[in-house]
Write a protein that binds this ligand. Structure first.
Ligand code: C2E
Ligand code: MG
Ligand code: MG
Ligand code: MG
Length: 273
């Protein structure tokens, strides 16, 4: 290690860079092993109807606890999986688990939403992988919804559209995740076949005090109604936010106020109550 670092020309900076780089490689190896060893878990966060509070389904969220280190957030291990070439097998594992778990929920009307990385979306095996997960689990395809972000829609529009149509032909639905961040273009809403639009939680954060954020939520809710899609607000943490969503006609909500992401055992326990 010292010998290798000594050969570099920027001897002062190199060891630091080496260690950051090495830590990343190690984390990638740990994730690869963790995936093989079944360390990746899926938690489920409730989605409810605004107004009635009726449960509509759950969003599947990946969880990983690195042995000896503690929990790693998906905000860091998902990008790592993308870099390390692990996102396709990891995504397939999550989808498989989510379909099996949802198939075991007693309420057959509940849907399960699974996040897809843009890299998964470009994988030629995606449609076959989804079809296989549905077949193995026996889950009714209409109960599965795939969440994609605007990042998927930026390039190769024709291919993306063709893939979405092939997946729709299987019976699965689509949600546009984190709407309003990044490159949000209204044309996405008319060009791609979405069933649901998830307004990013950054808008709800200030909506009770900011007329502007409230106006944006109201407008997106209206747009969704006019286009025949359901509007879902992410990140509901306070009663006041839920009241605002009811006022502006936003159909569905998700957030810590309504339910935290929880393991399958807890989903099943809650279903019995
Ligand atoms: P996302 O798809 O937008 O998921 C919603 C995130 O918001 C989750 O974070 C959830 O725990 C969090 N959240 C929900 N309600 C609240 C709330 O009221 N307040 C706050 N502050 N946060 C709330 P999480 O689980 O850490 O996931 C972060 C992101 O990682 C996800 O954002 C998604 O982009 C990605 N991700 C998670 N699981 C997967 C997966 O299986 N595959 C892929 N490709 N990405 C995933
Ligand atoms: Mg999501
Ligand atoms: Mg989101
Ligand atoms: Mg998000």
């Amino acid at each position: 290690q010292a010998k290798r670092a000594g050969r570099g020309r920027h001897a002062v900076f190199r060891p630091v860079m080496m260690s950051a780089h090495r830590a990343r490689l190690e984390l990638g190896d740990a994730l690869r092993l963790g995936l093989e060893r079944g360390e990746l878990l899926v938690h489920y966060q409730p989605v409810v109807a605004v107004g009635t509070g009726t449960l509509r389904g759950h969003e599947a969220l990946a969880r990983w606890t690195r042995p000896g280190h503690g929990p790693v957030s998906p905000g860091s291990f998902i990008p790592l999986a993308e870099e390390a070439g692990l996102i396709v097998p990891l995504g397939a594992y999550i989808l498989d688990r989510a379909c099996r778990d949802a198939a075991a929920w007693p309420d057959l009307a509940l849907r399960v939403a699974v996040n897809l990385s843009p890299l998964q979306f470009r994988d030629p095996g995606l449609v076959g992988m989804v079809a296989a997960a549905l077949r193995r689990s026996g889950l009714a395809p209409a109960r599965l919804e795939l969440e994609i972000t605007e990042g998927v829609l930026l390039e190769r529009t024709e291919e993306v559209l063709a893939t979405m149509h092939r997946l729709r032909a299987l019976g699965v639905g689509f949600a546009l995740d984190d709407f309003g961040t990044g490159f949000s273009s209204l044309s996405y809403l008319s060009s791609f076949p979405f069933d649901r639009v998830k307004i990013d939680r950054s808008f709800l954060r200030e909506a009770e005090t900011s007329d502007r954020d409230a106006a944006i939520i109201e407008s997106v809710a209206l747009l969704c109604r006019r286009l025949g899609m359901t509007c879902l607000a992410e990140g509901v943490e306070a009663e006041g936010q839920l009241e605002l969503l009811a006022r502006v006609g936003c159909g569905e909500a998700q957030g810590f106020l309504l339910g935290r992401p929880m393991p399958q055992a807890e989903v099943l326990r809650a279903a019995k109550r």
